[in-house]
Design a protein around this ligand. Structure first.
Ligand code: OOG
Ligand code: MG
Length: 258
C-alpha cells in the first residue's frame, strides 16, 4: 500500500481544489483497510498544511443514525479541520467551488485544556471551555457522493467547510442530549433532531475522538474545535440558499450560497 499513498492523496487533494469528482479509491484498491485510509487522510491534510493552512481541530462523522443511514456507512469516523475550511458565520460560499455540497447541523466543542489520553464523556466535557452551534459543509470528492468506509476516511470524511455560531456557551448546566436542533433552508424547517441523536450524548462522540486520536499518536490541544457529527441527514445545497441551524440554548449559525 505505501507506494500509493502520495499518488492517492494528491488525487483527492486535486479533486477538492478543482471541484472535480473522482472514482472511489477502493475500486482500484479493493484491499484498502481503515488504517491505510487514515494514512492517506493524513497525507491529504498534509497537502492543505503545505498550501499554508493550519490545523484548527478535528471532526467526528457518522455518529448519528440519520447520517449512517444517509451514506450507508455505519461506523463513526474522524477527520481534521484546517483553517482553510473555516467559513464565517453569515458568509457566502460559491456553489461552483464544490462538487455536490451538503450542509448538516452539529454541536461543536471548544477544547479548554489538552487531552492526551482516552477519557470518559464526563472527563472530556470537563476539559471543554465551551460549546457552540455549528454547520458543517460536506463535499465528497467521490462521484455520486458514494463511498465505502475506507474511501470516506481517506477523503478526510468529506470535510469541505465549517461555520461556528457567534455564541460560545459554557458546558456546565447544559443538558446537551436534550437540546433541540433545527436545520432550516430558506426559512423552512428541513430537518430536526436533538443532541441525543449523536451517540445518545455528543460528549460520547468527543470521548470516542480522544480514543481514536490517541491510537494515532495525536491529542486534543487547547483551542481545538471539535465537531461532534451531524445530528440530522445533510441537505444538498443550491445557489440562492440561506442555510441556518438553530440549537436550543446555543443560538443560531448561518451561511448563504451564491
Ligand atoms: C461523511 C462525513 C460524515 C458527519 O457529521 O456525520 C460527517 C459524509 O456524510 O459525507 O461529517
Ligand atoms: Mg459532519
Amino acid at each position: 500500500m505505501s507506494y500509493a499513498i502520495e499518488e492517492l492523496s494528491s488525487r483527492l487533494h486535486t479533486a477538492a481544489r478543482g471541484a472535480t469528482a473522482i472514482a472511489q479509491l477502493t475500486s482500484e484498491h479493493p484491499d484498502m483497510g481503515v488504517d491505510d485510509a487514515y494514512t492517506i487522510q493524513a497525507a491529504v491534510i498534509g497537502h492543505r498544511l503545505h498550501d499554508g493552512a493550519t490545523r484548527v481541530g478535528w471532526k467526528m462523522g457518522l455518529t448519528s443514525r440519520a447520517k449512517m443511514e444517509q451514506v450507508g456507512v455505519k461506523e463513526p469516523i474522524m477527520g481534521a479541520l484546517t483553517s482553510d475550511l473555516r467559513v464565517d458565520d453569515g458568509a457566502t460560499i460559491v456553489r461552483a467551488e464544490y462538487i455536490h455540497p451538503r450542509a448538516e447541523p452539529e454541536i461543536a466543542f471548544i477544547i479548554g485544556r489538552e487531552i492526551s489520553t482516552p477519557c470518559s464523556p464526563d472527563e472530556a466535557l470537563a476539559a471543554c471551555s465551551g460549546v457552540c452551534a455549528s454547520l458543517e459543509i460536506l463535499d465528497s470528492r467521490y462521484r455520486d457522493f458514494s463511498f465505502t468506509l475506507p474511501d470516506v476516511i481517506a477523503d478526510n470524511t468529506s470535510a469541505a467547510g465549517f461555520v461556528l455560531g457567534p455564541q460560545i456557551v459554557p458546558v456546565a448546566g447544559l443538558r446537551l442530549e436534550s437540546l433541540g436542533i433545527v436545520l432550516e433552508i430558506n426559512g423552512a424547517v428541513r430537518e430536526t433532531a436533538s443532541g441525543g441523536a449523536v451517540l445518545d450524548h455528543p460528549a460520547r462522540s468527543l470521548a470516542m475522538l480522544t480514543a481514536m486520536l490517541s491510537r494515532r499518536g495525536e491529542k486534543l490541544r487547547e483551542g481545538d474545535i471539535v465537531l461532534s457529527g451531524g445530528a440530522t441527514a445533510a441537505i444538498p445545497l443550491a445557489p440562492g440558499d440561506h442555510v441556518r441551524a438553530r440549537i436550543e440554548q446555543l443560538g443560531s449559525v448561518e451561511f448563504f450560497v451564491a
